[in-house]
Structure formats: C-alpha cells, structure tokens
Design a protein around this ligand. Structure first.
Ligand SMILES: Nc1ncnc2c1ncn2[C@@H]1O[C@H](COP(=O)(O)OP(=O)(O)OP(=O)(O)O)[C@@H](O)[C@H]1O
Ligand SMILES: [Mg+2]
Length: 516
C-alpha cells in the first residue's frame, strides 16, 4: 500500500460551543483546516458560520472548546492575538477610514506588528503585494479610500491582512459586496492567494461559487457541523442536501386554499441598491386575502429590498405596486400604513430607551384612542401596553421598564404585539424569528396563523425552510433579485426543491412553476 502523508493541519476548532441568551449559536463544533486549502463553510442564515469565524478571530469568546493553531492550543482573546498567530479576517463590513489613503489605512494596521517599518517601506510592500496578486491598486495607493469602489475597498482589506503577515485568511461572505463584473477577478485572487500557500476559510451562500473554488466544503445547520466533503465529490445536489437537511420527502402539510380577493399586486418591479445596481429585477407577484405567502431567500438576494419597496421606504425604478386596486407605487410609508400595510422587522423594532409602554404605540401614537386633540391619553396607552404584555406573553416586571432591558425574545414579542394590534391587512414579516428560541418562534408562527384566519395577508420572508413550509400556503423563491420559482401547491414540495432554487440551482422537472 502506498503511504500517504497526513495533511498538515494549520487550524483546528475542537468542541466549540457558544450561546447568545437562549440561542445555541454553536453546539460542540469540531473542524480542522488544512495548510494551503480553500475550505468553504456553508449553511442557512443563523447556522453559526460567522460565530465560528468571530471566535477564531478573537471577536467573540467561546463558552467551551479549544482552538489549536499549528497544533498548539491558544487562547485567542482579541483580534490582536489572532493576527499575532497569522490569522486575518476580511470583514463583511469594511473597517476602513474613508478620509485616509490606501497607504495610510494599511500602514495604520501594520504598525502594531513587531517589525518597525517606515512609510516608504510599507508602500513598497503594499505595491509589491498588489502587483503580485493582480489587485491593480499600485497607482492608487495615495488615493483616499472613500473614493474607491466596493471591490477596491475589499482589496484594501485583503492587503491589510497580507501586509500584516497573515497566512490563514478568513473571508465572510466576501462576494456579497461585489458587483457581478467584479466576481470573477475576486475568485481568481482567492485562487492565486491559495496557490501561493495561503490557507483560506471561505464563507458563502452561493453553491456555484463553493463548487468553483473549494478543496473541501463543510456545512452547518442550526449550530452544528453537518459534515465535510471534498470539492471533487461535491455536487449542487449534495451541497443542497447538506445545507437544508436530508429530507427529500414532501414535508409541507399545509393544504392549498381557495384564493380570496386580491389585496396586493406587484408588477415588473425594478429597484436599485445603494451601489446603483439592480437589486430587484422585474419582480411580479400577487397576494390574496387570508393567506400566508412565504418568500424563501438567503439574505443578500433582495428580499429586504422588496420589503422596503412595498412599505414605501425605497424608491422603485420602474414597475407598479397596486394595493386594493389603487396605485401606491409612489405613496409615502405613512399613507401605506394608514391603508393597513405593516412591516414586522427581524429586530430593532423598538426604541431601546423608551419604556415598554411607549414602545407599544411606537408607530401609531396619533391614532385614537391614544391621542385626543393632539394630547396623548396615558390611560389608553397603559391599557393597550398591558394588553400586549398579557396577550403576547412579554415577560417584564413592569410596563415602565426600558425596552432595552427585555431579553431578545421578549422584545420581539412586544414588537410583534404592537404590529398585530394595529390590525394591519397586509403584513410583511421580515425574518421575524431571527435569533429567537424555539418557544418564541412557535409563538410567532401561531400569531401569523391567527392573522391569516382573521383574513389578513402575511408575506413571510425568511431563509429557514422548516418554518416557511410550516406556515405558508404558497411559496415564492428569490435569488439574486429575481423570483425564480412560485409554488402554489406545497403538498408536493420538499425542502430540497426550494433549497436548490434559493442557492442558484435550476429547478427539476415538475417542480416549481417559474414566477412570471
Ligand atoms: N452578537 C450576537 N448577539 C446575539 N445573538 C447572536 C450574535 N451573533 C450571532 N447571534 C445568533 O447566533 C446564531 C448564529 O449566528 P451566525 O451569525 O453565526 O450565523 P451565520 O451562519 O453566519 O448566518 P448568516 O448566513 O445569516 O450570516 C443566530 O441565531 C444569531 O442570531
Ligand atoms: Mg454570517
């Protein structure tokens, strides 16, 4: 038998656990990273990928487990420790100073190393690295970072950690900020870095991308490591099953129902994002009274833009939003709220320093009975707050407690109570159970179902297929700003069918009908 030497392990996570409140973000995860490999981490929103990266990079402290770097256990208490060990992270949200030049941004980051380098020396190093990996920033090195494109800023972030001497590079959803035309050159850079000996841990939601660059791929689900496979044996199907679960059987038990009256129609909606790129492309869909429509989409694929465009917080480029026959495409949010539209956000739906009582009427203080002749009626508001606290089981010692002191689940119960008690006719629930424990999650499903029974319409946006299939009557799938599938009858639909569409695969024969 031929002897094969075991691959060298540069980084190892052993039995890592981490909780936030009642959420178990990581549950005894053990995973090793080999020297010189591109190791991709996959998993639904909230699966724990970023938490693991943050622990390795020293931004979070683990509850249990060990991190080994080059075979030795290290306590990583801050990014300073991890940088010292040769680990660098390209953050999802850049940490650059816009008024400083590329050189100054990188130099600031370099200075803390044990090597004393002068600006001239630093400039030479940066230029050399930029040239070596085809970044093309050599001539822009004195330009202010604020004037760069997102793709260029990302290159500056990469240069920062390279110049600091990192050998293990962590990329968390790095391609989300890139325009489509920047994607290929970015992936090439990752491959080139890898060829030069860097070890890379790469988080993405895009399975095609994972297939394109990975030596190995690990999937996470709900805080646990599901498994690891080699890039060679990986296929779109295998990765989808790893991500969303092995259940290929039909799982939805929600029966299709007669459509009620149409309440909202979206016609060929196009929306531009902050970078001037199309965030929604010709989105068309209809909603009917008394139904829950799921919108399955991984964050970053446009569901937030749809939520904002429908509620009036984002201008549309073209297309129409028709509500009960009236064109509201250009209406203000307040007008839409008065018509009965409402948005239930995933978090931050409260003013943290306001009391539970004041938060209970946050977006409708002017409505009777809370306001009479321009004066607030404390008694009416108190009664309303007390009712929400009771009916929505908000655990609080008093309605005068500041909302910031409530636990996450209780904050969400209060926010949802406020939204539902305003009796909306059309509710957009945007990742409403994010970060909540199972009990609070079920509570929210129950409330959504109650709304539906009362004839309201719910557009339930989320990424967790278990919950979407549990409560939705119909389901749409959004991928890169387009509705890529609509399922009107969910009895024959599996998580796999939906998962494939969510991650950029094409549908199987007899699966979804293409949305418009
Ligand atoms: N700082 C925090 N405070 C409270 N909860 C947190 C915090 N960071 C993460 N969580 C929770 O831990 C869980 C795992 O989150 P994490 O960010 O690691 O997921 P992820 O796999 O990176 O998801 P995504 O694909 O959406 O980025 C989630 O339920 C999340 O809400
Ligand atoms: Mg993440």
């Amino acid at each position: 038998m031929e002897a094969t030497s075991a691959p060298e392990i540069v980084l190892e996570a052993k039995g890592i656990s981490k909780h936030f409140g009642s959420v178990q973000a990581l549950d005894c995860v053990s995973l090793s990273f080999r020297k010189g490999e591109i190791h991709t981490l996959l998993g639904e929103n909230g699966a724990g990928k970023t938490t693991l990266m943050n622990i390795i990079y020293g931004l979070y402290q683990k509850d249990a487990g060990e991190i080994l770097v080059n075979g030795k256990v290290h306590e990583i208490r801050s990014p300073r420790d991890s940088l010292q060990l040769g680990i660098g992270m390209v953050p999802q949200f850049f940490k650059l100073v816009p008024d400083l030049s590329i050189l100054e941004n990188i130099y600031l980051f370099m200075e803390k190393t044990k090597f004393i380098i002068d600006r001239k020396g630093a400039k030479a190093i940066i230029q050399q690295l930029s040239e070596m990996f085809g970044f093309g920033l050599e001539d822009k090195i004195d330009r202010e970072v604020g004037s760069l494109t997102e793709g260029e800023k990302q290159k500056v972030e990469i240069l920062k950690i390279l110049a600091r001497g990192s050998k293990i590079l962590l990329f968390d959803e790095a391609t989300n900020v890139l325009a489509p035309n920047e994607l290929d050159s970015f992936l090439q850079i990752v491959k080139d870095l890898n060829k030069s000996g860097y070890s890379i841990i790469y988080i993405t939601h895009r399975l095609q991308e994972a297939l394109q660059i990975s030596d190995r791929i690990s999937a996470f689900r709900k805080g646990k490591l599901v498994g690891t496979i080699s890039g060679k044996e990986a296929t779109l199907e295998k990765l989808t099953v790893m991500m969303v679960g092995a259940e290929l059987e039909k799982i939805s038990t929600v029966l299709p129902q007669e459509k009620g009256r149409m309440i909202l129609e979206v016609k060929d909606l196009n929306v531009i994002d902050e970078r001037g790129l199309l965030a929604l492309k010709n989105v068309s869909c209809q909603f009917y009274e008394g139904e829950i429509v799921g919108l399955a989409g991984i964050e970053g694929n446009g569901s937030n833009y749809l939520a904002e465009a429908l509620i009036g917080l984002r201008r549309v480029k073209s297309g129409k939003v028709i509500y009960r026959g009236a064109d509201i495409t250009r209406s203000l949010p307040l007008h839409r709220m008065n018509l009965g539209m409402s948005l239930m956000p995933s978090s931050n739906a409260l003013v943290p320093l306001f009391s539970v009582r004041d938060n209970s009427i946050l977006d409708y203080p002017e409505k009777p009975p809370f306001s009479r002749h321009g004066l607030l009626d404390r008694k009416a508001i108190t009664a309303h707050a007390k009712r929400i606290v009771t009916d929505y089981q908000v655990q609080t010692p008093s309605i005068l407690l500041q909302a910031v002191k409530l636990s996450g689940g209780n904050r969400q119960r209060l926010a949802i109570g406020r939204k539902i008690e305003s009796n909306p006719k059309f509710m957009i629930a945007y990742h409403p159970t994010k970060g909540l424990d199972i009990k609070s999650q079920s509570f929210i499903y129950e409330k959504l179902l109650t709304m539906k029974k009362a004839g309201m319409t719910v557009l339930f946006m989320g990424a967790d297929l278990d919950e979407l299939l549990l409560v939705s009557n119909r389901l749409m799938v959004i991928y890169r700003g387009e509705i890529v599938g609509v399922f009107d009858d969910l009895r024959s639909v599996s998580k796999f069918d939906v998962g494939v569409l969510m991650t950029g695969g094409s549908r199987r024969e007899g699966g979804a009908k293409v949305g418009n």
